[in-house]
Design a protein around this ligand. Sequence first.
Ligand SMILES: *Cc1c(COP(=O)(O)O)cnc(C)c1O
Length: 398
Amino acid sequence: MSEGPGRPKRPGDSTRAVHAGERERPASDAITTPIFQTSTYWFRDSEEVRAYQEGRKPRDEYGRYGNPTWRAAERKLADLEGAEDAVLFASGMCATTTTFLALLPRGGHLVTTSDCYRRTRQFCQEYLTKLDVETTVIEPADPKKLADALRDGTTLFFTESPTNPYLRVIDVAEASRVAHARGALVVIDSTFASPVNHRALADGADLVLHSATKYLGGHNDLLAGAAAGGKELVGRLRGAVGVLGGVTDPHSAYLLLRGMKTLSLRMARHNENGLRIAHMLEAHARVRRVWYPGLESHPDHATASRTMRGFGGVVSFELDSDLEGTMRFVDRCRIPYIAPSLGGVESLIEMPALMSYWDKPRAEREALGITDSLVRLSCGIEDVSDLLADLEQALASL
Ligand SMILES: *Cc1c(COP(=O)(O)O)cnc(C)c1O
């Protein structure tokens, strides 16, 4: 699907979201890729086993090493990310942990950012330390701090972009230049962006990770993770998943394939709803501060405007209230569900202090930037007028 003189123009996002990945080796004439609900694959005879082992007969062998339903989802994601290859995992966390275990050597060094998915940070602290891997945590979106943190022997710079919950946006091109100059790989968790809003590989990253549970799946009905990048790196991850075992269920892979077909349509609505709601909240007297990269007040607005095609559906904001008042506000909202996660068609709302960080004392939460009146709203694809009216009436209760 590459462009060039005499070659057909690369089809648009929606065309590729629907068609990419699907047409190879059809098992029937079904439009949809079937769910290959199998744990293993049979061989006609021993000669076929030998041909397979010697690479003369490409096919699947066992369900932990491959499945045609995943392969279709992997091809679709690779196409959407502009990657040579992609690999699925059982969850977003599994994508992160498998990538770290596959790429970091014993005694290695990892640089990551402070505004970061909590379990990723926990993995670094509790598990990577067992391999004597040292983690340096830096402020997001500061190439100078990155340059200072890198050293000879740094294997990876890993960051989300946008980050959670403050939606900090990394200048991936700049970060990649800085990291590559020191020989470090750049891995971007692009869950909050999706390939519709940002293509980190095109900006120079080596690998893009996703919690496919979020925008890629898009319907709050599956757990999956993915990595996309060059053939060699993705091949190493594919090998690692075969050993570590965090494979996707074929049924989830089917739901993911189905979800990705509407990614571009859904993202357009998520982007639109997110921006409208961020503006409304910013203008509201009872809202102390809004974090949304599409707002001029966001510290990374310039980077986001230059590098992203949309700012997504997640809006974080702090109310002019305390823990109790914020709980009342959340409880008064009628459309969003009170739930963790993001990126689905249903709007979800949560207080990070109460949902992900309640086990930590207030002082420790606040040191991580998680205040009592912080709210994270994942705008779904509902009509924006309904969402606006709902938030207005809930704010009026403060
Ligand atoms: C949800 C999330 C994860 C973890 O993904 P799971 O699919 O829940 O395992 C990792 N990174 C980010 C940015 C996420 O939002």
